[in-house]
Ligand binder design. Structure first.
Ligand code: GLC
Ligand code: CA
Length: 519
């Protein structure tokens, strides 16, 4: 386990929307370098950068055409190496996004794989043995290549599945995950990882990490064994490198596959549930942190506590404000609600992630046209709002050249969802996040793996938990709340939002309040 994760707080950057350094309307690597001091000052000491590799961008870069080349629209490999170096000088680690399950249909491996003649890449993807074949449960595409077969997809049509084999092959064209072809795919993946690690990257966020071996059993044992091999390679050669999975099953990802962190993110039905979104009704507009909602912390705890207890010796569960696939929390929560929500998220165990712009409460922009396969996700991908100048300070390009439009409300008088407006306002969301993060870094009791115990977790009561000798109390509702926590001895308040008192084990919390006491 890399030691640096204990105190890590990540900032997720969607590179095309963060900061445009050369005025072409698209964010870029040099733009990230220019904003490292902002990120550091915010209190984040690690980055996850969404895919920045060469790509036709039919899925915003998750369709990789060349794993070892930075997309020209973002700059050059040298720019990225410089980002690693500059970030390290400032004490910031950098994770890249690794897309192991599929490539773009324009990747040279795929072009070779689709040739009629057998070659080195024939087994790199999953091909049936006839131009008209396929099996139930998986999407297959035919008619695109000269090879007499159809190929399996992993996500969009542009994303053929790489061949990590099947758990139990049932047809002659299916390979076992232990066969030569699938093992060669694993090697190719390890080679890509070494390439970036050797150039200074600190690890990877792993896309669809559970998707490798097809028709795996329920506990994903074959896919886990693939990751175990990768983890062994890291432990031997890159012990400081960190892996975080898009898996959302920590029993598998942390206990079996060997990931250091796994995102707390459930793709249920149409929804993407996070700590900040409701667990039972899955309503778009529901959250435990809504002041007038019927939020119930028990729903969250019933899901989280068994996962935490079973996996805590092996890795960290990562809460996030949201990500590039989910609605921004400000779609549901207003500024006062967001403060309580973030304070909670940033004091629970594990390694937290802040999605760019959530620290200033950027809006989810409703009903904008889809961009690069974003569909409803597009509204969470608009340009970072730095200041109140043209294009919110994101870019000097004409507005029609921007990757996505800025929040249309940003031209309104008094608009303050920008870094510059909120820097100057005491008590702004941005300054609140800064304060919480500074507090977190100052208190080892809030480290990722430090002790955690729920003291009160019932509906209509404050949510109270301990991190070592710190007691953390949360009341997101618009009504005052009291709770008894069976605690004797003095308690000293160290941090608060709103008014809270703790006397002889009785907690009195003002509406929408949050507090940290030392016991
Ligand atoms: C993951 C990514 C998402 C992408 C998909 C396919 O869910 O987060 O953005 O579209 O995988 O790679
Ligand atoms: Ca640019």
């Amino acid at each position: 386990m890399p030691d640096w994760l204990k105190d890590a707080v990540f900032y997720e950057i969607y590179p095309q929307s963060f900061y445009d350094s050369n005025g072409d309307g698209i964010g870029d690597i040099r733009g990230i370098i220019a904003k490292l001091d902002y990120i550091k000052d915010l209190g984040c000491n690690a980055l996850w950068i969404n895919p920045c590799y060469d790509s036709p961008f039919k899925d915003a870069g998750y369709d990789v055409r060349d794993y070892k080349k930075v997309a020209p629209r973002y700059g050059t490999n040298e720019d990225l190496y410089e980002l690693f170096d500059t970030a390290h000088e400032k004490g910031i680690r950098v994770l890249l996004d690794l897309v192991p399950g599929h490539t773009s249909e324009e990747h040279e491996w795929f072009r070779a794989s689709g040739k009629a003649e057998r070659n080195e890449y024939s087994d790199r993807y999953i091909w049936t043995d006839s131009w008209i074949a396929g099996i139930a449960g998986h999407p297959y595409i035919g008619g695109e290549c000269e090879r007499n077969g159809t190929y399996m997809l992993n996500f969009f049509k542009c994303q053929p599945a790489l061949n990590y084999g099947f758990k139990d092959p049932k047809y002659p064209w299916q390979m076992s995950y232990l066969d030569e072809g699938p093992v060669a795919t694993q090697e190719a993946l390890a080679d890509i990882m070494r390439f970036w690690l050797d150039h200074g990257c600190d690890g990877f966020r792993v896309d669809m990490a559970d998707s490798l071996v097809k028709d795996d059993d329920n506990d994903k044992s074959a896919t886990c064994s693939v990751w175990r091999r990768i983890r062994t390679m890291l432990d031997e050669k890159y012990p400081e490198a960190a892996l975080v999975s898009e898996w959302s099953n920590p029993y598998q990802s942390l206990n079996s596959a060997g990931f250091h962190m796994d995102f707390y993110l459930d793709h249920w039905g149409n929804g993407y549930n996070t700590l900040l979104r409701d667990y039972e009704t899955q309503g778009d507009d529901d959250s435990y942190f809504k002041k007038d909602g019927n939020g119930d912390i028990e729903r969250f705890l019933n899901d989280y506590i068994p996962k935490y207890t079973a996996t805590e010796p092996n890795g960290y569960i990562s809460f996030m404000t949201c990500n590039h696939d989910t609605p921004r929390p400000a779609r549901t929560l207003d500024e006062a609600e967001l403060k309580i929500a973030y304070a909670t998220l940033l004091t629970l165990p594990g390694v937290p992630f802040i999605y760019y712009g959530d620290e200033i409460g950027m809006k989810y922009i409703e009903n904008i046209p889809t961009k690069e396969g974003g569909y409803t996700r597009t509204g969470s991908r608009t340009p970072m709002q730095w200041d109140n100048s043209v294009n919110c300070g994101f870019s000097t390009a004409n507005a029609d050249k921007l990757y996505l439009p800025v929040d249309p409300e940003s031209s309104n008088e008094g608009y303050d969802l920008t870094v510059s407006a909120q820097s100057g306002r005491a008590g702004s969301l941005l300054n609140t996040v800064k304060k919480i993060l500074a507090f977190r870094h100052d208190h080892s009791q809030l480290e990722a793996g430090a002790g955690f115990k729920v003291l009160l977790g019932r509906k209509d009561k404050p949510f109270v938990f301990a991190r070592e000798d710190l007691l953390i109390a949360v009341n997101p509702k618009e009504t005052a709340a009291t709770g008894e926590i069976g605690l004797t001895g003095p308690a000293k308040e160290l941090f608060s939002i709103g008014r809270c008192e703790l006397n002889n084990g009785v907690l009195n919390m003002a509406p929408q309040s949050f507090a940290i006491f030392e016991m």
